[in-house]
Design a protein around this ligand. Structure first.
Ligand SMILES: Cc1ncc(COP(=O)(O)O)c(C=O)c1O
Length: 401
């Protein structure tokens, strides 16, 4: 998107505001499917948690994407797009069996990552096909919060528990139709995916009625020019070969599934904020903006480094700023960042604001969550209204005191 389009959106819809470029989302979807064109049956299930606005879900399901969900509410959001339930996979962890049963009633594919739940579920519903999430014990991912396939992780069923898993399957007579893993996010090295795939293939050999193998996600997207990213094309070529060879050995054309979040939506997003004030201290020049970690928590939670551009004055000489929010505790978006000289009132654009940004926003400090705008075919469409004071108190119940 061009600066002038973003500035016009900030003018029209106010700030802070999230903007998503639909063309980029679709381009990423096509890039991924193209990279795996050698696989006959490919299924991309967009990870709803990354950005769950129903218009974004619709955009992707219209392209043929399925959906990966982790809560019953995400399943319900997905179904609102009109997608067939069987194109949704439900991959919760730590939820009650009743939530899984609710998902069964909605007709979606169930993915189970816990032996105790598997045994309970299989005993009650032996005829419902189930996918198994394994934990391959691989340390992968950009930081510890998003590394989920290692030995200490709460996710998945350990590959070392395969004998117990198989015993449960045999005793309950349940039908395992898929094997799944997801080892982390921001994985730089495609060798990690290739190595993990061998573990998945080995696990899959234990089941005779499989329909799909789900390799999760974790593709690293670039955050700035020349940043490292997962080489999707190379991964596509190498993993497709391995997958096709496995299918031959298995004796069936299985479906290869992925569930990317970041890869599909991260780069499509811009978060626009206004600089309320410049504050010079003894050590630092702070640019204080009309937002905080209530709207964009990733820099504080994961140390993520979003590129920040002064779109009001993009050509001014660059100076060093620490960009901070208005929250009543430290909420630093960036430290000592080179940004074109800022004047109070300028609009800054945070890049890579599509994934895990709005979807992690909160009302902390009783601030409203921002509006969301979709830039679609050269037009700005409001896809979520900015909250109001009425939204903030809608569920509060005033009692007689
Ligand atoms: C099970 C599962 N699948 C897919 C994803 C999406 O990962 P990414 O956004 O890195 O593509 C996640 C992210 O947390 C996940 O936990």
């Amino acid at each position: 998107m061009k600066n002038k389009d973003l500035l016009k959106i900030a003018e029209e819809f106010g700030n802070p505001v999230y903007v998503y470029d639909s063309e980029k989302i679709i381009a990423q979807y096509k890039r991924l499917t193209n990279a795996f064109k050698q696989v006959k049956n490919l299924k991309v299930n967009y990870a709803v948690k990354a950005l769950s606005n129903i218009n974004v879900l619709k955009l992707l399901t219209n392209e043929g994407s399925g959906l990966d969900t982790v809560s019953i509410q995400e399943v319900q959001l997905g179904l609102k797009t009109g997608i067939a339930p069987e194109k949704i996979i439900f991959t919760p962890n730590g939820v009650s069996i009743s939530e899984i049963e609710e998902a069964v009633k909605l007709g979606v594919q169930i993915n189970i990552d816990n032996l105790s739940v598997l045994e309970q579920f299989g005993s009650k519903h032996p005829t419902i096909p189930v996918c198994i999430r394994i934990n391959p014990h691989i340390m992968a991912g950009g930081n510890s919060n998003i590394s989920v396939g290692h030995i200490d992780s709460k996710f998945g069923i350990s590959i070392h528990q395969m004998p117990h898993l198989l015993r449960i399957v045999e005793n309950t007579g349940m039908n395992i139709n898929g094997i799944h893993m997801h080892t982390g996010s921001d994985i730089l090295d495609i060798e990690v995916f290739l190595y993990a795939s061998e573990i998945l293939f080995e696990a899959a050999e234990n089941f005779k009625n499989l329909e799909f193998l789900d390799f999760g996600s974790g593709f690293k997207v670039p955050y700035h020019e020349n940043d490292i990213e997962t080489n999707i094309e190379e991964l596509g070529e190498k993993l497709s070969k391995k997958f096709n060879a496995f299918c031959k050995k298995y004796g069936k054309e299985l479906t290869l599934a992925f569930e990317p979040g970041k890869f599909l939506v991260s780069e499509s997003g811009f978060f626009l904020v206004k600089v309320n004030s410049i504050k010079q201290t003894t050590s630092t020049v702070f640019a204080q903006v009309d937002s905080g970690f209530n709207h964009l928590i990733r820099p504080m939670l994961y140390g993520s480094k979003h590129e920040i551009v002064n779109i009001t004055h993009p050509t001014k000489n660059k100076r060093f700023y620490s960009v901070v929010g208005y929250i009543c505790e430290t909420d630093t978006f960036a430290t000592n960042k080179r940004i074109a000289e800022i004047t109070e009132g300028d609009i800054l654009a945070f890049k890579n604001a599509g994934a895990y940004c709005f979807s992690m926003a909160s009302n902390y400090n009783s601030r409203f969550r921002p509006a969301e705008v979709l830039w679609h075919k050269g037009e700005a469409k409001l896809i979520r209204k900015r909250e109001t004071f009425e939204d903030l108190i809608a569920n509060q119940v005033e009692v007689e005191l």
